[in-house]
Design a protein. Structure first.
Length: 345
C-alpha cells in the first residue's frame, strides 16, 4: 500500500452538497472550529437559504457548479486537506421518480471526487446511507452485515445499489491506491432546515400538523425508524474526519431510539399542540395512504431500520445526545415562525 499523510486536524475543507440540509449544519460547525470551508453545490436540492446566516464569513466561499466540472473540481481538490462528499440524490420521492438521475449522480459524482482527490492525496469522507442494508433481517444493522436487495425491477433498490457502488469504489481507492477514505452510513437524520419536498417524513408531518391538515402516514404505519438530530450527526462526521484510525473503515451514524411512523405522527401532533399557543395543528386525524398511491405500484419499504453504533463509539466515543422529543421540539420551533408570520399578515 502506498504511504499517505494524514493531517492531525484538517483546516481546509471542501464540502460537496454543502448548501443542503446536513451540509449547511456541517459548514456552520466547521466554521465554528476555525476551519476554512469551500462549498461546491449545484443547487439541485440545496439552497442558499440554508446558509444565508453564514454569508460574509471570512473563512467561507461558495462555488455553484457540478461535480462533473473537471477543471473546477481539480482546482478545489488541490486547495483542501479533506473532502466531505455529501452531494447525492436525496429522498425516496426523487429516487422513485427519477432513478436514472439518482444512479448517475451518486456513482459518477463519487468517481469524480475520488479521481480528483487522488491527484492531490486528499482525504475523502463519503456519505453513504442505511439504505445499503436493503432487506436486512438482523437487528441492529452492523457495518459488516450481509446485504439483501430487492429486484432490479423496483427502482427503489437502485438507490441502495448506487450507494453500495460508492462504498466499494471508495474502499478500492483506499486499498489499491492508498487514498485515505472513510465511509459513514447516515440513518434517518433530521432537524431544522430539512424540507419535506423529497419525502422526508418528519418535516412533512410537522408542516401538516402546523397547518391543521390531516397527517398522512404511508402503509400501515407500523414500519419503524430511528431519528438522529443533525447536530449529533455533524459531531460524528467531524469526529471521524479527525480520527486517523477511521481511515479505510465504514461507520453507522444514527440514533437507536426506535419509533413506528404511526407513533411518530402522534408525537408530532402532541409536540405541535404543546408549543403552538394559537391552536394550530389541533386536528388529531391521521390518514393512511397505500404505498402504491404515495409512490408507485410495487414499491417496497424496509420495516425496521436500527443501527448498531458500537463501532463509532469505540473509535471516537460518539453517541447521540438528542432524544426524539428534543428533535421534534427543534423542528417544530424552526417551522412555527413562518406559519405564524403568514397568519399575522
Amino acid at each position: 500500500m502506498l504511504n499517505f499523510h494524514l493531517p492531525r486536524k484538517s483546516s481546509r475543507i471542501l464540502i460537496t452538497g454543502g448548501m443542503g440540509f446536513i451540509g449547511s449544519h456541517l459548514t456552520e460547525a466547521l466554521l465554528n472550529k476555525d476551519c476554512h470551508v469551500t462549498i461546491l453545490d449545484n443547487l439541485s436540492t440545496g439552497s442558499f437559504e440554508n446558509v444565508q446566516h453564514l454569508m460574509g464569513h471570512p473563512n467561507l466561499r461558495f462555488v455553484v457548479d457540478n461535480l462533473t466540472s473537471e477543471v473546477v473540481l481539480d482546482r478545489l481538490a488541490s486547495e483542501c486537506d479533506t473532502i466531505i462528499h455529501l452531494a447525492a440524490a436525496v429522498g425516496v420521492k426523487l429516487v422513485v421518480e427519477d432513478p436514472a438521475r439518482t444512479i448517475e449522480t451518486n456513482v459518477m459524482g463519487t468517481d469524480a471526487i475520488l479521481q480528483a482527490a487522488l491527484r492531490y492525496r486528499v482525504k475523502v469522507m463519503i456519505a453513504s446511507t442505511s439504505e445499503v442494508y436493503g432487506k436486512g433481517i438482523r437487528f441492529p444493522f452492523s457495518e459488516d452485515d450481509d446485504v439483501v436487495l430487492g429486484s432490479t425491477a423496483n427502482s427503489r433498490w437502485g438507490y441502495a445499489a448506487s450507494k453500495m457502488v460508492d462504498e466499494f469504489l471508495g474502499l478500492a481507492y483506499y486499498r489499491q491506491k492508498g487514498l485515505p477514505v472513510v465511509i459513514f452510513r447516515l440513518f434517518n437524520t433530521v432537524g431544522p432546515r430539512q424540507t419535506g419536498h423529497y419525502g422526508m417524513v418528519v418535516p412533512r408531518l410537522v408542516q401538516q400538523a402546523i397547518s391543521g391538515e390531516q397527517l398522512t402516514v404511508y402503509g400501515d404505519g407500523q414500519q419503524s425508524r430511528c431519528f438522529c438530530h443533525v447536530e449529533d450527526a455533524v459531531r460524528a462526521i467531524i469526529g471521524l474526519s479527525e480520527c486517523p484510525e477511521a481511515v479505510g473503515q465504514v461507520f453507522n451514524i444514527g440514533s437507536t431510539e426506535e419509533v413506528s411512523i404511526l407513533q411518530l405522527a402522534q408525537r408530532v401532533l402532541k409536540t405541535v399542540n404543546q408549543l403552538d399557543g394559537d391552536g394550530l395543528g389541533s386536528t388529531d386525524d391521521i390518514k393512511f395512504i397505500p404505498y402504491a398511491q404515495a409512490y408507485a405500484e410495487g414499491f417496497e419499504d424496509m420495516r425496521r431500520r436500527v443501527p448498531n453504533i458500537s463501532k463509532i463509539n469505540q473509535y471516537i466515543g460518539w453517541q447521540p445526545r438528542a432524544t426524539l422529543d428534543d428533535i421534534l421540539r427543534d423542528v417544530v420551533l424552526s417551522m412555527l415562525p413562518d406559519k405564524l408570520n403568514v397568519n399575522a399578515a
